[in-house]
Design a binder for this molecule. Structure first.
Ligand code: ADP
Length: 484
């Protein structure tokens, strides 16, 4: 039997070890789905404290040449839930510190992010180069390197200068984050001076880690077909549209799946009442339970709008703020969970203080509450200005909470207006409001509402389909490398 295809999947976050956004969900679900299809996919992650703490059966597999006062080791362990093998880059000087993966506790970027993620990228490339001292210690040889976002953008550049031993693929999860740094850092990255060029990692006079990924990798994917088109033009190309247009024949949009085990209303442990599309009593009880938990009026008929999101301009929540009076005038309620820009946090907190029985705002990150909002709400609001894929609209569909979205990126690819959710194309608070009114009209027609809920809940949003598309791509890239 031929050996399975080996994929090294490098990412800066993967749940449940470390998570700041959707990237962490993809980085845990996709490798597991690839393994289910028979591939040997392994993760490479930075050794943040939570990763070292939560990864199971960690054992050292290689020492990495580094100055004596900065010991760096490669460990191999497993994901606690799926048992996917994980290489952990244990570099205490870079990754063992308080705060988040990219920022300290006060929200300031770590000053050495360029060096930290260059190190992660460099180790990824070394693992893929059979001639490197590191690969000689690990006895496992990837056939393809899968990079994710700017944090791993330099890996294809290092691989290029190592002679491109294997193909690489870069997935864009959000083009807004590009890892842009002063060109002065180039000598510290260990890349040749010639790499600082238009045909390289130069980006309007700076260095962009993501640009390196997009330029040097053999293929580019992004997380929805619509976003793959949107990023080839202004404004969503965010400065990279020229390069993406040039590479459009090597750019594919593959819609993310969701983790259907974690997000399953019939078995969700965060809920006191479970349900399926066949019997929705549990959903009605989940709504009452949520209203109780949040201190909202226990009114079964009030349309309850939910939001779980980073509170940023990207997510279009300023339009929601403008719609709140209208929602309340229609007898509606609003439950918000999120963190982000201080102005939005303050605004939502004020609204909750002004209307304590109709608006609840929780500023913070709370996985359990996010599940309870998905289950208890009637309508999930996600009017993003742009959304590469988005996960919450799909979680909502699975929980029979109809998503109301703006038609952009993955929202356009996963929500069909009037069938399994509601969508609008404009970019004003008024456009959002007209769609809220449309949704409310259907909400008051229980038969029509139930039909839409059932359609949404029965959709197949599992990872298997998307994982097969990645397998086809890896196979094609590996075959092309062998024939060249
Ligand atoms: P993005 O990656 O742009 O933040 P996505 O919709 O792709 O948006 O993914 C966001 C993920 O983070 C989802 O799993 C969502 O449930 C979760 N999430 C965001 N904010 C919170 C929060 N405050 N509490 C719990 N989960 C959150």
């Amino acid at each position: 039997m031929p050996r399975p295809i080996n994929i090294l999947f490098v990412s800066s976050e993967a749940r449940p070890l470390i998570k700041t956004g959707g990237l962490a969900d993809v980085s845990s679900s996709l490798p597991a789905a690839l393994r289910d299809l028979g591939l040997d996919c392994r993760l490479l992650l930075p050794g943040y404290p939570s990763v070292l703490e939560r990864c199971i059966a960690l054992t050292p597999v290689a020492n990495i040449a580094a100055p004596a006062d900065t010991p760096v080791q490669l460990l191999l362990g497993q994901m606690p839930d799926t048992h996917v093998p994980v290489y952990v880059l244990d570099a205490p000087h870079a990754f063992q510190r308080p705060g988040g993966p990219y920022q300290d506790a006060s929200g300031t970027e770590h000053p050495d992010n360029a060096e930290r993620f260059a190190l992660l990228s460099r180790i990824a490339a070394q693992l893929c180069d059979p001639h490197s001292a590191l690969a000689k210690q690990t006895h496992w040889h990837p056939d393809c390197l899968h990079c994710n976002d700017w944090q791993t953008g330099l890996a294809p550049a290092y691989l290029h200068y190592a002679g491109r031993p294997i193909p690489s693929l870069t997935t864009i999860h959000n083009l807004a984050f590009q890892g842009v740094y002063d060109p002065d850092i180039l000598p510290r990255l260990g890349l040749p001076a010639e790499s600082f060029a238009i045909h390289g990692l130069e980006y309007y006079g700076s260095i962009a880690f993501l640009k390196a990924g997009l330029f040097y990798s053999d293929w580019i994917t992004t997380v929805s077909p619509t976003y793959a088109l949107e990023i080839q033009a202004e404004p969503l190309g965010m400065g990279m549209q020229g390069l993406l247009q040039q590479r459009s024949h090597q750019l594919t949009g593959i819609l993310n799946g969701i983790n259907t085990a974690d997000w399953n209303p019939s078995s969700d442990l965060h809920l006191a009442h479970n349900y399926t599309y066949r019997g929705m009593a549990g959903k009605r009880r989940s709504k009452t339970a949520l209203q109780t938990e949040l201190g909202l009026n226990k009114d079964a008929a009030a349309p309850l709008f939910g939001i779980v999101s980073r509170l940023t301009h990207q997510k279009g929540l300023d339009w929601v703020v403008q719609a709140v009076d209208g929602i309340l005038a229609q007898g509606g309620q609003l439950a918000i969970l999120g963190t982000g820009e201080p102005e939005l946090e303050v605004r939502f907190k004020q609204l909750a203080q002004q209307h304590p029985h109709s608006v609840a705002a929780f500023i913070g990150y709370d996985e359990g509450r996010s599940h309870r909002i998905e289950a208890g709400a009637d309508i999930f609001l996600m009017p993003s200005r742009f959304e590469p894929c988005g996960l919450n609209q799909m979680y909502s569909q699975r929980y029979g909470t109809l998503p109301l979205v703006r038609t952009t990126g993955g929202l356009a690819d996963s929500v069909t207006d009037g069938k399994d959710g509601f969508s609008f194309a404009g970019d004003t608070a008024h456009a959002l409001w007209l769609t809220i009114e449309r949704a409310l009209a259907i909400y008051h027609d229980p038969k029509a509402w139930r039909r839409m809920q059932q359609t949404a809940m029965r959709k197949d949003m599992s990872w298997e389909h998307s994982a097969r598309e990645y397998v086809a791509l890896y196979t094609q890239l590996i075959a092309a490398t062998h024939s060249s």
